[in-house]
Every structure is written in structure tokens, then in C-alpha cells.
Design a protein around this ligand. Structure first.
Ligand code: HEC
Length: 173
């Protein structure tokens, strides 16, 4: 019996560590800019990322800072630092890939346990959020890998034409 339990524990341990290797935590190296499209930046895997140079953030990172602080910070705390109600996104984001982030924010999540119920609302029909999901993603990504300090970014790039076009069609459509 004791042997079986040990084997179970062991296989669970291996399952976790293999998973851990497959989804290595995000860091500045993984988030490095590999390509650019009209002022929007992407990493080597093609996922959106930030560009911060001499304190100047790209437009999307700045926009994400603003959107985060209008729709997310009440629960997740200023600058993604967390609260007693909702997780520290500066930590969570290290282990959330882009598609997972998008689906959690669009569909929401409910964690019922320990006698308390904490609810992450679904934002899939809130244009003020879903039209800016990539913006919020790159902002939080920059916070999580340690590239962006706390607070409002002091300098930002001009708003790219592509951002204006996307905004008009997403908000209007
Ligand atoms: C009403 C409070 C509330 C608001 C507003 C809110 N969240 Fe959450 N969020 C939560 C809670 C609570 C959880 C944890 C849910 C769980 O444990 O399953 C969570 C979980 C998450 C997670 C998963 C974190 C993890 O550790 O796995 C992400 C990502 C997230 N929220 C992003 C956002 C973003 C982006 C916004 C703004 C667009 C936002 N949240 C707004 C309460 C909120």
C-alpha cells in the first residue's frame, strides 16, 4: 500500500515537472522583440510583446497600462500587484501563455474553495476590454518579466495608424 502511494506521488511529481519544462516561465529573453508591424511588436513565437527603450514604451504597452487601470486594477491591484481578492498578475503572467490569457479574460473564471468564492468576470462582451486585449497583455507581460517599473510609463511612442484603424473598427463594429 505504502509502495503504491509512493509510486502515485512520484508519477504526479514527474507529470508536474514535465509540464513545467514544456511551459517554461516567461522572461525578458522570451519576450524579446523579434518583429514589428506598424508599431506593434512580436516575440520569436509570434506572440505580442512590449518594446521599452530608454524609458519610452511602445503605444500598446501604454494603452494597456491605461486599460488595466480602468478595468482590472480594482481586483488585481495597481500595477498588477494583486489584492486579497484576486491574484498578483505580475506573478501569474510568468506562467500564462498568450492564448490562455486571452481565454481567461474573455470567458472569466470561478474558483470556489476554502469557503470563499472569488470570481473573475468574463470580459468577452466588453469592448473597452476586448478591443484592447493585446494592449493589456503586453503591459502585464512587461510588468511580469520585470521590464516595466510600477506606475504610469513616463514616455510613450506615438499612436500608430494601425492602432487607430483597429480601434475604430473594433469599437464601432
Ligand atoms: C471583480 C474582480 C476582478 C476583475 C475586475 C478582474 N479580475 Fe481577473 N481575476 C479575478 C479573480 C478572483 C481571479 C482568480 C480566479 C480563480 O482563481 O479562478 C482572477 C484571475 C485572473 C487571471 C488568471 C490569473 C491566474 O493566476 O491564473 C487573469 C489573467 C486575470 N484575472 C486577468 C484580468 C484582467 C486582464 C482584468 C481586466 C480586464 C481582470 N482580470 C479583471 C478577479 C477579477
Amino acid at each position: 500500500m505504502a509502495f503504491r502511494i509512493t509510486r502515485l506521488a512520484l508519477s504526479a511529481f514527474f507529470a508536474i515537472s514535465i509540464h513545467g519544462i514544456a511551459t517554461a516561465a516567461d522572461d525578458e529573453k522570451k519576450a524579446a522583440v523579434a518583429s514589428e508591424e506598424d508599431g506593434k511588436y512580436f516575440d520569436a513565437d509570434g506572440n505580442p510583446t512590449f518594446k521599452i527603450e530608454n524609458g519610452t514604451v511602445d503605444w500598446y504597452t501604454f494603452s494597456g497600462y491605461r486599460r488595466y487601470h480602468s478595468d482590472c486594477h480594482v481586483c488585481h491591484g495597481p500595477d498588477g500587484m494583486g489584492s486579497s481578492y484576486a491574484p498578483r498578475l505580475v506573478e501569474s503572467m510568468k506562467n500564462l501563455d498568450y492564448p490562455t490569457f486571452i481565454s481567461i479574460v474573455a470567458e472569466g473564471r470561478k474558483n470556489v474553495g476554502g469557503g470563499k468564492e472569488n470570481v473573475m468576470p468574463a470580459f468577452g462582451d466588453n469592448k473597452n476590454v476586448y478591443c484592447y486585449l493585446d494592449d493589456i497583455y503586453v503591459y502585464l507581460r512587461a510588468r511580469a518579466v520585470g521590464a516595466a517599473p510600477r506606475g504610469r510609463p513616463p514616455k510613450k511612442a506615438d499612436k500608430p495608424e494601425a492602432a487607430k484603424v483597429h480601434e475604430a473598427s473594433c469599437m464601432g463594429g
